[in-house]
Write a protein of this length. Structure first.
Ligand code: ZN
Length: 278
């Protein structure tokens, strides 16, 4: 089994401080929280940025640049920048793809549309084609987010069409209100459909966070933790930092006997190019 890659999803774009008082907003807070996660054993950080005034997600290039530059200066973390923008607000493609200008090693690619909250998280074919094309041009590996089985069908078709290169890297997002449920059975159904040489990681949203992490840990996949996906450390107990989640999964991995991947291990496992500044 490969070493365990832990991704920390620091802030996302949707959860605000009125319900999660410790969620990072400003570039400084996002950088600080990322460094804490790195020190705790995360090798990838998944980055969104927030408008520091309103706390809402934004695709502002300068904010991404601030976070990325500081993390490149201060850590050897693998950076996975979002291209989802603000799910449900469906920003123009150009705006969603702006983080690719920073040439991160990884970027998210949501392989289809899905209802999210009261809106639709729209990822139509022309968006997917453009995103995949830009990632290829920039040498960015897509982290293909899978919310249900049709998204795997889409990703495999794009791979056959030469738009995505093997080996593919999947991020299963289970337990969203209109997506695949966060159960073992549901996961196994999805898992059966990905090519054997793929790499994969898993997110359980909300209360399914820890059970789904156990699947990643024990089945040779990888895990994503952090406040973008889950704000409760325990039942009714809000997390006070992202590092708490990383520390817990590191403890469990150690007890289970699976080593944790460093950022350089992660580059090897996922076949990433070296980051520009490292
Ligand atoms: Zn995200």
């Amino acid at each position: 089994m490969d070493r365990l890659i832990i991704t920390a999803a620091i802030t996302g774009s949707r959860i605000t401080r009125d319900i999660a008082p410790h969620i990072p907003y400003t570039p400084e807070e996002i950088v600080q929280s990322s460094i804490e996660c790195w020190n705790a054993g995360a090798s990838i950080v998944h980055i969104h940025v927030r408008d520091p005034k309103t706390g809402l997600g934004t695709q502002d290039f300068t904010l991404f640049q601030k976070v990325v530059n500081r993390l490149r200066e201060q850590t050897d973390l693998v950076l996975c920048l979002t291209t989802s923008g603000i799910p449900g607000r469906n920003l123009p493609t150009k705006e969603r793809l702006i983080p690719l200008e920073l040439e991160p090693e990884l970027a998210s690619l949501d392989a289809g549309s899905i209802n999210l909250g009261k809106g639709v998280f729209s990822n139509p074919p022309d968006f997917l084609d453009e995103a995949a094309k830009r990632m290829k041009e920039k040498g960015v590996k897509p982290e293909i987010e899978i919310f249900d089985s049709g998204m795997i069908v889409t990703a495999l078709r794009m791979q056959q069409e030469g738009k995505l290169d093997e080996p593919l890297h999947f991020q299963f997002v289970l337990g969203t209100p209109s997506g695949a449920p966060a159960t073992h059975k549901s996961f196994l159904h999805l898992y059966e459909h990905i090519p054997k040489k793929s790499t994969w990681s898993i997110i359980g949203v909300g209360k399914s966070h820890l059970p789904m992490s156990m699947i990643g840990l024990t089945m040779g996949g990888h895990v994503r933790v952090g406040m973008e996906d889950n704000i409760y450390y325990d039942k009714g107990v809000l997390a006070t930092s992202n590092a708490q989640f990383v520390e817990r999964i590191v403890r469990i991995a150690k007890a289970y006997g699976r080593e944790v991947a460093s950022p350089d291990d992660t580059r090897t496992i996922l076949g990433l190019r070296e980051s520009k500044d490292t």
